[in-house]
Design a protein around this ligand. Structure first.
Ligand code: NAD
Ligand code: TDX
Length: 348
């Protein structure tokens, strides 16, 4: 099996590459990534000489780049995206370009591609996995803790990020319906783990605390997220690729709901810091209140369940990874990140 992975130099993509080469030693993987601020080849260090792995620098919106790559692979796992909600609030255009036009470019190239070795239309025998997010379902109220997102929950996007991801979901659905393409969509909750860009809340807070800084908590801190370890998500994507049914959507979550205040207290406790390290800041505009995922379909149909997400151990291991990999995040924080945050938020 030869997989074309998009966005493999990012947080989830690079973890997917490492996991796949470990779990499926006979698979080959080609990583197509344009290396935006969040793409980092350091995440894949050591793989340069692995004959099973190839890196191609290129943009998913460029049809000339993607077509030959699709024609030489057996499946596509599409993860490339602009992924940060706060950035989408400041400027939504790159989100529409990559998350909508990029997804359309890939789907359309896959529809028109020929299989390698003259095997007819690529889409007849090969699968396209679209990696989406639980944010496409919108927001749940805090008052009804029993409510969770199911695959049948209507899409009700609130941020430019989630709207652009949902554009991809709808295109993926349409290409299955109209052209009978073998498309499977996955929707996962908030990931944590190694190599996450320190603009997302966990690596931002952990690295700020190592640097002796405060952590900027948005609004009243009561917003809830369901945290899943990135390896559980990556295994979910792999099972969707191997066992999912064409045209279906699968939710993945960690069964690990926490308010941001609970998350922050847990990080402070594990890092031996006090409440005075919290800096309350203005809320994110349009901030979704609660995400919670019902992943019983993935358990029932894919035999998938999260096994590495349980706290406090998984969170403590992640904190230790950032403590042990200071060079990685310091170089990230001193470059694109610093310029961006200094400009937008005065360097918090
Ligand atoms: P990330 O920002 O860390 O990585 C995104 C990668 O995509 C980067 O390597 C970047 O260089 C690449 N990329 C961006 N635009 C591109 C383009 N036009 N062409 C080629 N490559 C491009 O993001 P992540 O957190 O690893 O998220 C990966 C995927 O998973 C995204 O589709 C995201 O929507 C989805 N997702 C993320 C989470 C989460 O908690 N992080 C949860 C659910 C779903
Ligand atoms: O400085 C901060 N302070 C804060 O209180 C940041 C960056 C975030 N937060 C809050 C906002 C959210 O309620 O923490 C929560 C998590 O924020 P993010 O890490 O930015 O994640 P979120 O907005 O929930 O989106 C993430 O999960 C779904 C990913 O970034 C998406 O790519 C994914 O699709």
């Amino acid at each position: 099996m030869h997989i074309l992975l998009t966005g493999g130099a990012g947080f989830i993509g690079s973890n997917f590459v490492h996991l796949l080469l470990k779990l499926r030693p006979t698979y080959r993987i080609t990583n197509l990534d344009v290396l935006t601020y969040s793409g980092n080849l350091e995440n894949l260090r050591g793989l340069e000489k692995d004959p099973r792995y190839t890196f191609v620098k290129g943009d998913i919106t460029d049809e000339k780049t993607v077509m030959p790559l699709i024609e030489s692979c057996d499946a596509i796992v599409h993860m490339a995206a602009e992924s940060h909600v706060d950035r989408s609030i400041l400027d939504s255009r790159p989100f529409v370009m990559t998350n909508v036009i990029g997804t359309q470019t890939l789907l359309d190239a896959a529809r028109r591609a020929q299989s390698k070795n003259g095997g007819g239309a690529w889409m007849k025998n090969n699968r396209f996995v679209y990696v989406s997010t639980d944010e496409v379902y919108g927001s749940l109220p805090l008052e009804n803790p029993e409510l969770k997102f199911k695959e049948t929950t209507p899409l009700e996007t609130n941020s430019p990020y989630s709207a652009s991801k949902a554009g991809g979901d709808l295109l993926a659905r349409a290409y299955h319906h109209t052209f009978h393409m073998d498309v499977v969509t996955t929707r996962c909750s908030n990931n944590f783990g190694p190599f996450q860009f320190p603009e997302k809340v966990i690596p931002l807070f952990v690295t700020n605390l190592i640097e002796g800084k405060q952590v900027p908590l948005y609004g009243d801190g009561k917003n809830v997220r369901d945290w899943i370890h990135v390896d559980d998500h990556c295994e979910g994507v792999l099972t969707a690729l191997e066992k999912g049914k064409a045209g279906e959507v699968y939710n993945f979550g960690g069964n690990n709901e926490r308010s941001n205040l609970e998350l922050t207290h847990e990080i402070l406790r594990l890092m031996g810091k006090g409440h005075d390290s919290i800096k309350p800041v203005a809320d994110r505009p349009g901030h979704d209140r609660r995400y919670a995922i019902d992943c019983t379909k993935a358990l029932r149909e894919l035999n998938w369940k999260p096994t590495r997400s349980a706290w406090p151990q998984a969170l403590a291991d992640t904190i230790n990874w950032y403590k042990n990999n200071e060079a990685w995040w310091r170089s990230v924080k001193s470059g694109a990140y610093r310029d961006y945050y200094t400009k937008q938020y005065g360097g918090r």
